[in-house]
Design a protein around this ligand. Sequence first.
Ligand code: HAM
Length: 419
Amino acid sequence: MAQAKYSTHLGMVDILPDEARKWQYLENLIREEAEKFNLEEIRTPIMEQTELIVRGLGQLTDIVSKEIFSFSRGDDNYVLRPELTAPVVRAYVQHHMAQRGGSQKLFYIGPMFRAERPQKGRQRQFHQFGAEVLGSDDPVADVEIIAFMVQIYKKIGITNTTLKLNSIGDPDSRNAYKKALKDHLKPNFDKLSEVSQKRYENNPLRILDSKEEEDQPFIKNAPVITDFLNEDSLRHYKQVKEYLADLDIPFEEDPYLVRGMDYYTQTAFELISPDLGSQDALAGGGRYDLLVEEIGGQPTPAVGFAAGMERLLIACEELGIQLGDEKKVDVYIVTLGDEARKWGVSKLPQLRDAGLSATMDYKGRSMKAQMKDANRENAKYALIVGGNELEEGKFTLRNMKESEEKSLSFEEILEKLSN
Ligand code: HAM
């Protein structure tokens, strides 16, 4: 086949109809579960102000320093949103959502953009679903967020996952830990990777996330943050673990789990799958008790997570889990002659009004070709009509799977199929 003149950008993919059916199934499932968890949907623009994302996520994070798609128009600076926590917080502050009363329990589904090096499970335009609870510092909120996340995978049948859990404490605990970590790394500073050396001063926690070979010996015996948590942070973390145990949600504590954005406080977690290869994080999240204030709102504790939809689909593929049904249509009207074709066009709306999906040939093809097309469309029934049928008012309804035919009036057909 000739090469197309135009194609998608690197790391951005089209979702074609066969694939889109899986997405629809998944999105419906997420919405249904969100409803059960009393989460309300929020939709924000694809573009945000650069300043919001820089302030929200942190200047020195990989996302902000390397992966942002940005451009300007006049005096305005735009970025394609790399995630939705900062935008949701922006909306919360902008629309005074606290005034709606109670905690705001929100979920979202949509595309995000990060200019990463594409590979399996890593794209430049990808999709997340996620949830955020704003206005509660109660460990119950953390656990509800985790329970919602875990529930989606359970419903789909992806059970081979590991929930990694950590607490990175409040700023006081974290500062004490940062100092201890730096003291530990200092004697071997020269042996650290270049990236880690860069992170040493401003973002030492991220060194724990390093995949570089030369950093591993120093990460392995580094002090653990949980030894530096103050009383409040420890109590919060303990309660989260207790509630998770009560809910039979298994977790593994990982004291070296740090997340990629600067806004996190206290609880941090990731859901990992062995079926994903090197991009093994299905989802991740945590608390961000200071972010609302950071971007101009009243102090408001909050917690949330986001999950990669593409990674979820890859896991399904690996595990042989089929999402949704095959393409099908209830009725395909097969016509012979102009009158029959006219009749067919006029009956399509009545079939659809009766709740059926219905289609017919758009190309004026032979009856044989139409029957073939009905098969290709995976039609349950072919409604066959020619001159004789029109005269008698009785039409042939063919059950395609059983290869059975019945002669019925149109009303009888409607009656039969809409039951
Ligand atoms: P994150 O860990 O950056 O967190 O992203 C969450 C999930 O999005 C990842 O676990 C992964 O499944 C998916 N993901 C991230 N980048 C890509 C990519 N380039 N291609 C494909 N999938 C990707 C956040 O975004 C936070 N906003 C989560 C959060 C919500 N924290 C608190 N509330």
